[in-house]
Structure formats: C-alpha cells, structure tokens
Design a protein around this ligand. Structure first.
Ligand SMILES: [Zn+2]
Length: 189
C-alpha cells in the first residue's frame, strides 16, 4: 500500500473507532468521561486543566480515563481491521504521538464529527427539554469545544422553531382577530 493510501485508510479506521467509542460512551450515559476525552483529544487540554474543570480527584484520574479510552479504542479499531496493520499503526500514534504516518487526532475528531450529537438532541437542547447529562455535554461541546457545525445546526433549529410556532398561530387567526391584535398595539382612537 502507498504511504498516502495507508494514511487515508488509517484515518478512516481511527475516525470509525472514535465514533463507535463516543456512541457506546453516550449509551452508557458516561457524559463526564466523554467530555474528558473530547477535552484531551479534540481540545488539546492538559491533564492538570482537565481534572480541575471536571471536578476529578487529581491528574491521575484523567490519566486513568485516557488509558482506558485508548485501550477501548484499540479494541474497536482491531474489530474493524482484521489484518491488524492499520490498528498497530495508529495505536502507536495515539500512545506516543509518534509514528511513521502522522495522525492529527484533534483534526480527525473535528472533521469526522466524532462526538457531534444527532440533530434531535440539538432540537431538544433548543427546546430546553434535554435532561442533565446530555445537556451538560451539549453545553460543553458548544461552549468550550466551540463546535461550529453544531452551533450552526442549533441556530438553524432555533430559527425554524420560531417560524414553526408563529406560522400555525398566524394561519389559524381570523382576519378580524388579526385586526383586533393589531389594534391593541395602536393608541385608542
Ligand atoms: Zn459538534
């Protein structure tokens, strides 16, 4: 395989593993773990900033979360890579940041939208009905990771929401009612 093909295949495999890891972490409702890993991998935070932000015991807790996530990512990648050549390649890159083929994990995390929630989660966030947990994550993802893609989606939903609320309301009003509503904004004749 050409070096460039190898890098592209490796990047695809790593992106798939990251998405699968996020998916299962979300299903386990481990939102704190998800935020820690996104902060480290995508945000490039240092361990000592991360443990304070998330109220963990110390830096060792962060290192432990990272260690277990990397272990699980390797398993998820290996399951998608029967020959094992690609997994070995990026396991090295994840562990030491050094490898023959360079992977920018932060860039890959963002480009593959590894942790971007589905639109229905953002819709519930816009409506204010998202429970604690996913809501904490969505706030973190938008406010601290500054995900432009989700922000654009949320803005779009909020705009649509306003239109959806107004349209049936206006459509169902009789002309006379509209005139009445209108008149309320005018000074009395
Ligand atoms: Zn996003």
């Amino acid at each position: 395989m050409q070096r460039r093909d190898l890098a592209a295949s490796g990047a695809r495999l790593l992106a798939a593993a990251l998405r699968a890891w996020v998916q299962e972490t979300w299903e386990e409702r481990e939102f704190a773990r998800l935020m820690v890993i996104e902060a480290l991998f995508s945000g490039g935070w240092r361990n000592r900033d991360t443990w304070e932000r998330f109220g963990l015991r110390d830096e060792t807790s962060v290192a432990g979360i990272k260690f277990r996530a990397l272990k699980r990512l390797r398993e998820l990648a290996a399951a998608r890579d029967p020959e094992g050549s690609l997994s070995a390649l990026f396991a090295e890159a994840l562990d030491s940041g050094e490898s023959d083929v360079h992977f920018d994990v932060a860039e890959l995390w963002k480009r593959s939208r590894a942790s971007c929630p589905a639109r229905h989660w953002l819709a519930r966030q816009a409506a204010g009905t998202l429970p604690e947990g996913p809501a904490d994550f969505v706030r973190f993802h938008l406010g601290e990771m500054h995900c432009e893609w989700c922000q654009a989606n949320l803005d779009d939903l909020e705009r649509q929401g306003r239109e959806a609320e107004l349209e049936p309301l206006l459509g169902s009003l009789q002309a006379s009612t509209l005139r009445y509503l209108h008149s309320r904004t005018q000074p009395p004749a």
